[in-house]
Ligand binder design. Structure first.
Ligand code: SF4
Length: 392
């Protein structure tokens, strides 16, 4: 209305003066100026409206997601972060859960194009921990207050189903008050069932992208998006607390891909969501690709928190790698989990999914102390707890 009013006023004034040529210039220029300013205003307020809608309805349409990712401003991001933090506080208070990761093998037969552990990387020094080493890591972690152990590896065929089940059982027997999370890749339904029967509580398997075409550009031909999604659905059906997640800013990712991710997660309702920026590894085909956006990663954390208030969302090591205080900012954007490393220090620099990973030289006690201080500095506290999903 404002632009229209201005347009009419200018036209009338100029008609009186019979200076049509000047009027036409005014007509062309003034409304254009007003329209472009107004458009900017409309987009900004509309992004906030979309964030409010997400908060209230727990979902958006695909076009709305795309609009958000394509046009969000720093102000929008902070607006979403404030709301997301309030939501996280209302569900989990000021508590931050810690999970101790034991990276027990960096052997993998797959060739994901972004990953430093890929089989095609001949510059990596491969290692495996044995069962006693793994138990020792857990004992160390238990001493420092960890009540969840995350067993993570490449898809190493050396570790048979029986071996994984035996390790899970040993941990559950020695630490009955602890949760065991597995993060060992794509397996059959029967394998997942066996691990679950052995006592595994949770499973992390990032879907990486919910857009099938995009998935193909990140993985070798031997891997398929359908199988990844089949795995996630199997895990859900077996009663695991399931974590999926996305690499933000991976090569070929578009706003539409991110919209697909949000829609997928809104439907799948994972109990855990891992979100980290893409960081290139120098021994992979993506070595020269740019890093993912720190800001978009934080924005995604906030959007996920608004969509799934009870989700367990880590402020990832990748976030702390791309920015010194990235994990603190992740928590302030709505995350509520930190996952320090419990692996023996001598193998940590061999488990490099991407370059320059932080905390590879710190002992478990140093990691624990560092995280505690970082959380206290922003008004949060690390708690000694399994930290289960609130709905379970
Ligand atoms: S992302 Fe996982 S499956 Fe792919 S190469 Fe790396 S460790 Fe193997």
């Amino acid at each position: 209305m404002k632009a229209f009013g201005t347009e009419v006023e200018v036209w009338l004034l100029c008609s009186c003066c019979v200076r049509n040529a000047v009027a036409l210039v005014f007509l062309y220029r003034l409304p254009w100026k007003y329209n472009s300013e107004m458009k900017e205003e409309i987009v900004m307020s509309s992004n906030k409206q979309l964030i409010d809608k997400l908060h209230e309805k727990k979902g958006l349409t695909k076009d709305e997601w795309i609009q958000l990712f394509e046009s969000y401003t720093e102000e929008d991001r902070l607006y979403a972060a404030e709301k997301a933090r309030a939501v996280a506080d209302s569900v989990y208070g000021k508590d931050v859960y810690i999970r101790g990761i034991v990276e027990f093998s960096n052997v993998c037969p797959n060739n994901c194009l972004y990953c430093g552990l890929r089989a095609g990387n001949k510059n990596i020094d491969r290692y495996r921990l044995d069962e006693d080493d793994i138990m020792e890591c857990c004992r160390d972690g238990y001493k420092y207050g960890f009540r969840t152990f995350v067993l993570q590896s490449g898809e190493d065929p050396h570790f048979t189903t029986e071996m994984i089940c035996r390790i899970v059982k040993r941990i559950k027997e020695e630490f009955p008050d602890c949760a065991v999370t597995l993060s060992i890749g794509e397996k059959s339904y029967e394998d997942y069932k066996a691990y679950r029967d052995a006592g595994a509580d949770r499973y992390l398997l990032r879907h990486e992208t919910a857009n099938e075409e995009h998935y193909k550009k990140l993985h070798s031909e031997s891997m398929s998006w359908q199988n990844r999604i089949r795995c996630l659905r199997d895990l859900k059906s077996l009663g695991y607390q399931v974590g999926c997640g996305v690499m933000i800013g991976s090569p070929y990712q578009t706003s539409e891909c991110l919209a697909d991710d949000m829609i997928f997660m809104g439907e799948f309702k994972p109990e855990m969501i891992g979100l980290g920026p893409f960081l290139p590894h120098s021994d992979t085909p993506f070595r020269d690709e740019p890093k993912g956006s720190y800001e978009t990663t934080l924005f995604m954390i906030s959007l996920c928190r608004l969509m799934l208030p009870e989700a367990l969302i880590p402020a990832t090591t990748a976030l702390g790698t791309i920015r010194g205080n990235g994990r603190e900012q992740g928590v302030l954007a709505g995350a509520n989990v930190i996952m320090p490393n419990l692996s023996p220090v001598q193998v940590r620099d061999k488990y490099m999914l991407y370059d320059n990973k932080i905390c590879t030289g710190d002992s478990s006690s140093e990691c624990r102390g560092c995280i505690e201080n970082r959380m206290e500095s922003i008004g949060y506290k690390v708690v000694i707890s399994r930290g289960d999903h609130k709905k379970l």
